[in-house]
Write a protein that binds this ligand. Sequence first.
Ligand SMILES: [Cu+2]
Length: 165
Amino acid sequence: MRTLLLFTLLVLMTASVQGDLTPDPSAHQAQDPQTVVVSVDSTNLRFSPSSVTVAEGDTVRFFWSGQALPHNAVETNEVFDSGDPAREVDYSFTFERGTNGTYEFVCEPHASAGMVGTITVEPAPPLEPEAEPPASEDTPFASVGLTVGCLAAACVVAVRRHGNG
Ligand SMILES: [Cu+2]
């Protein structure tokens, strides 16, 4: 009986894991901005995860609460800074287009203890080109230009004729 119960539990767990892994039909919309959370692990001296990869347009959210020690997240080149070390932090930074690259950050009080991290920002795919306007919209401008050009030419001819006459 116990075996059957275990088996049932196992099946249920497997089913739920598979459910989580099933590709979302909207997953192909990879350009939708994502938020990746960086927290602090149970040792209290490491970011979790300490290395993340995002795309331009994505947000990295530094979030922890009830920590035994105060932490912060400061980018080495001051690209972002969560502020003073704190036991409760909820700080988000969005990597805009054109910011692709590698960003190192540290927890200032614990950097020497190895509380450091890396964010890799990958370039966003190129923007969709603007839809070409319908050709008919160009026609009025083209014909106006043509008309003005013809009038100007006619004037020049008329003036020249007048001058010669
Ligand atoms: Cu820290």
